[in-house]
Ligand binder design. Structure first.
Ligand SMILES: Cc1cc2nc3c(=O)[nH]c(=O)nc-3n(C[C@H](O)[C@H](O)[C@H](O)COP(=O)(O)OP(=O)(O)OC[C@H]3O[C@@H](n4cnc5c(N)ncnc54)[C@H](O)[C@@H]3O)c2cc1C
Ligand SMILES: *[C@@H]1O[C@H](CO)[C@@H](O)[C@H](O)[C@H]1NC(C)=O
Ligand SMILES: *[C@@H]1O[C@H](CO)[C@@H](O)[C@H](O)[C@H]1NC(C)=O
Length: 486
């Protein structure tokens, strides 16, 4: 994590002291795009510019000032923008959909060209094809609303306010994943503006290798303007958030341990368990429940959770960073959830107990990642993560903190490094103890911190890297746009 600390600190200093200005080439590129697609380019201090640059989940990103914001209304306008950028080799840019990726420089770009998908929206259900066409702008709520009453769903964001484009390109885990794989797995074709500025429709049946790459590689293959997603029948679902007193942690972790290997038995059930560690010794446990059915099951692993007594409350997010880590399901280590929670609390305590941490909070999420997801992914041609039904059950960890003061950024990143190192060591201990080989443990890009080498963990890293180099042969996306790289 040290790497990011170093990158982030100067970046934030830059921004705060306003020491930079867009290069002449960048201003020229903005001007040329503005001439080519009149009315779609905005500059600092304009309403359109301010509205787009302030629309990020993490407040840190709202300080990043692009030279100009391009708001194309069509795929052709995105293509024109990319064609122009091809003529300006020194100009950096970023594609943005919902702006939920909290890493600076992914869906944001200081002094470069921000290409925001806000106006490229719309959801169309084609009953004949059993496909839902989804455009990257807006949020999952828009998609759910459009499909409401039609009896179908797509594998999409668990929280309706999350963005669409980045979510689908980074893989995307959903409450429906045990039934149908990652969100990206359900994409059958992509309308995309390739790095050379041409518009292509990538069909998974015709270009399986590129399809695999587009399911989990992030933004390195072009800008996607439409996803054709598999439609699934859906009726009433049961779910919501429950908040628990930490004194029930033992019972909750026992229920979690029983739930993880339950994927094949009841793929309709899903949870995320968040163990919060906030100031003032508040540490509730939150559980997001989902059941693809009109009411919760009355027996089985989900029902055991539901029986545990709960409280209620909510929190507010400020700056936000997230770190991903994957561990295998370790049947003889039901105490691991508590151990991981305690370690994260121990690492974050000095910070959360200090006076500067006002209104900050940290948490660890446990997201069961059953082997069933890999089986469903394979059925659909596979994804960049390379997961399969032969892998064991896993547990995704999302370690996150929300904090208010940008001056604490480096502390937060140091804590991430500490927990990662501890987890790596601990994992070897646990595996040795269970006499298990080191399993395949890819990370989830959606939850990752910018300097985590997510793609490096992918099974077919070398193959995907060479495919990226082939499609993006001038390195437009590799070296001039942000996001996770091969
Ligand atoms: C509150 C919250 C809840 C979340 N819940 C989940 C969850 O349930 N499951 C899950 O898997 N993840 C979840 N996430 C993580 C989420 O998937 C990622 O943050 C994702 O990047 C959000 O998509 P976005 O469109 O908002 O991305 P942005 O921030 O707009 O972009 C993210 C990356 O994708 C690139 N990108 C965006 N659009 C395009 C495009 N059209 N073409 C090419 N590249 C593009 C950007 O350049 C950037 O690198 C959650 C995040 C938040 C903040
Ligand atoms: C990421 O991991 C891959 C595979 O191990 C490695 O080849 C690559 O150099 C790593 N990249 C970085 C930036 O560390
Ligand atoms: C653009 O790139 C794609 C993918 O590499 C390629 O198939 C296509 O021929 C290229 N188009 C032009 C005009 O160079």
């Amino acid at each position: 994590m040290l790497h990011l600390t170093r990158i982030l600190a100067p970046l934030l200093l830059w921004i705060r002291f306003g020491c930079t200005a867009p290069s002449a080439a960048t201003s020229e590129a903005c001007k040329e795009i503005s001439t080519a697609i009149p009315g779609r380019v905005s500059y600092p201090a304009s309403v359109a510019y301010i509205s787009e640059t302030s629309k990020y989940w993490s407040t840190v990103l709202r300080e990043i000032q692009p030279a100009c914001v391009v708001l194309p209304t069509s795929t052709e306008q995105v293509a024109i923008t990319i064609q122009i950028l091809n003529r300006y080799p020194d100009v950096n840019f970023a594609a943005k959909s919902g702006g939920h990726d909290p890493n600076p420089g992914h869906g944001s770009i200081q002094d470069g060209v921000l290409i925001a998908m806000r106006e490229i929206t719309g959801t169309v259900y084609s009953k004949d094809e059993n496909i839902v066409y989804v455009r990257p702008g807006g949020e999952w709520n828009d998609v759910f609303e459009a499909l409401d009453g039609q009896g179908v769903a797509v594998v999409g964001g668990r929280l309706g306010l999350v963005g669409i484009g980045g979510y689908l390109l980074q893989g995307g885990i959903s409450f429906l994943s045990s039934q149908y794989g990652l969100a990206g797995d359900g994409v059958k074709s992509w309308e995309i503006v390739l790095p050379n500025g041409t518009i292509a429709n990538i069909d998974a049946a015709e270009q399986p290798d590129l399809a695999v790459a587009l399911r989990g590689s992030g933004s390195q293959f072009g800008i996607v303007t439409r996803f054709a997603m598999e439609a699934h029948p859906i009726g009433q679902v049961w779910g919501g958030i429950r908040i628990y007193d930490n004194k029930n942690a033992d019972q909750i972790f026992e229920a979690l341990h029983n739930f993880i290997p339950n994927g094949p038995e009841d793929p309709k059930a899903a949870i995320i368990l968040t163990n919060v560690d906030a100031i003032g010794g508040l540490n509730p446990i939150l559980i997001f429940f989902f059941y693809d059915g009109p009411s919760a099951p009355t027996d089985g692993a989900l029902a055991d959770f539901i029986k545990i007594p709960y409280l209620s409350s909510t929190t507010k997010t400020q700056s936000y960073a997230s770190l991903t880590f994957t561990v295998p399901y370790l049947k003889d280590h039901p105490e691991m959830y508590d151990e991981i929670s305690k370690k994260w609390k121990e690492i974050t305590a000095p910070y959360l107990n200090s006076p500067v941490a006002l209104a900050s909070q940290c948490s660890v999420d446990f997201q069961p990642f059953p082997a069933k997801i890999g089986a469903e992914s394979q059925k659909r041609g596979g994804n960049a993560l390379g997961i399969s039904g032969d892998d064991g059950d896993r547990l995704l960890l999302e370690l996150q903190c929300a904090w208010t003061s940008a001056s604490d950024d480096s502390t937060l990143h140091q804590m991430s490094e500490d927990i990662t190192n501890w987890l790596e060591g601990k994992l070897h201990e646990w595996l040795a103890d269970e006499a298990m080989e080191y399993p395949y443990l890819p990370w989830l890009m959606n939850d990752a911190m910018g300097d985590q080498n997510v793609t490096g963990k992918y099974k077919d890293y070398a193959k995907l890297k060479s495919l990226q180099a082939q499609i993006d042969n001038k390195g437009l996306f590799k070296s001039r746009a942000g996001g996770f790289k091969y």
